[in-house]
Ligand binder design. Structure first.
Ligand SMILES: [Zn+2]
Length: 329
């Protein structure tokens, strides 16, 4: 085999243009419970396939793992609510989590990252962190070695969740404080969605500073939607405005925010950043599925060349998402 030392290589056009592919899915919400027909706040008839979600998950993972060679996925990320859980039964929640984790381990995905969702918090946090490999922290960032132009930031949008099975009075205090700071209308507060702490906001700001210094393009992932036109308002992160304010300050570097939670899905552009709410796997009838493969493109030195070719499967629509040059500063 002929080997060439990296320093001696002539860089080709292909080297200069960075492309990587990632897999995404949201709201598996597996539970050993019967199917549940229900009506949402808009009177729409909905159907949750709690057991069927496991079958959809297996099919999606099998497809995602089948990509190999140059088309292999750099990583896959699940966007939260991997189990439905039980508000007052931690043991059953843990059992369902063990079942879904066993399913995940059947497939040789190169790397699988996890986002924590509100339903995940019906499993005690130490168990959740251990089972999902998040012992070092529930919010984190990473940059694949071969793709230094990218920075992937994972938020824990359920960091403050007063409905968690192990919630304390401190969670309630932090929840109320976040709502107060953002002057969240009462009707939205009543949804009692998650919030992020000031500490996590400071960390996000520092991550964005690093991205700016390194001329990186950022993709953010979290469970709760941040923008009301990409979701219904009852599903938003409580202190979404604080996260959006940070994204606004670093807008030229931020390409997109991917989330779940609102199973209907949604999409909108806000301040030149794409907000994609992925359709929930739980509500995809068995055999139809809900997941996506995103091909991420960026020319090495050109920040505003960043784009995403999102290929949706099942209920997830396909989209091409580009960064508009005119709005770059
Ligand atoms: Zn959720």
């Amino acid at each position: 085999m002929n080997e060439t030392r990296p320093s001696a290589r002539v860089r080709t056009a292909a080297d200069m243009a960075s492309t990587l592919r990632i897999g995404l899915f949201a709201d598996v919400q597996y539970a050993d419970k019967p199917d549940n027909p229900w009506r949402d706040e808009f009177g729409r008839a909905r159907l949750s396939f709690f057991r069927g979600a496991l079958s959809n998950l297996g099919d999606a993972l099998s497809q995602l793992a089948s990509h190999s060679g140059p088309g292999a996925l750099a990583f896959t990320i699940q966007l939260g609510d991997i189990v439905d859980g039980y508000k007052d039964d931690a043991a059953r929640g843990e059992q369902d989590l063990a079942t879904v984790v066993a399913e995940l381990r059947k497939y040789p995905l190169p790397r699988l990252f996890h986002v924590i969702g509100n339903h995940c918090r019906y499993v005690p946090l130490p168990v959740l962190k251990r089972e999902l490999g998040l012992e070092k922290g529930t919010y984190y960032s990473f940059t694949p070695e071969q793709h230094i132009e990218w920075r992937f930031i994972v938020l824990d949008a359920s960091e403050v969740y007063p409905g968690a099975i192990d919630a304390t009075s401190e969670d309630e205090t932090q929840f109320q404080a976040a709502c107060e700071r953002c002057q969240v209308p009462q009707i939205q507060r009543d949804a009692r969605n998650g919030a992020v702490t000031k500490q996590q906001l400071e960390w996000l700001e520092s991550e964005m500073c690093v991205a700016q210094k390194r001329n990186q393009t950022v993709l953010l992932f979290g469970h709760f939607p941040l923008y009301e036109h990409a979701s219904c308002t009852s599903h938003l992160l409580m202190n979404a405005s604080e996260v959006l304010a940070i994204m606004d300050r670093f807008e030229p570097h931020v390409l997109a925010y991917f989330c779940g939670h609102d199973h209907v899905g949604g999409y909108a552009v806000r301040n030149n950043v794409h907000h994609i709410t992925l359709q929930g796997m739980l509500e995809a009838p068995v055999g139809t599925n809900a997941y996506a493969i995103a091909s991420l493109h960026r020319t090495a030195d050109v920040l505003d060349s960043a784009a995403i070719d999102l290929r949706g499967f099942g209920t997830v629509p396909s989209r091409v998402l580009t960064k508009k040059r005119s709005e770059l500063v």
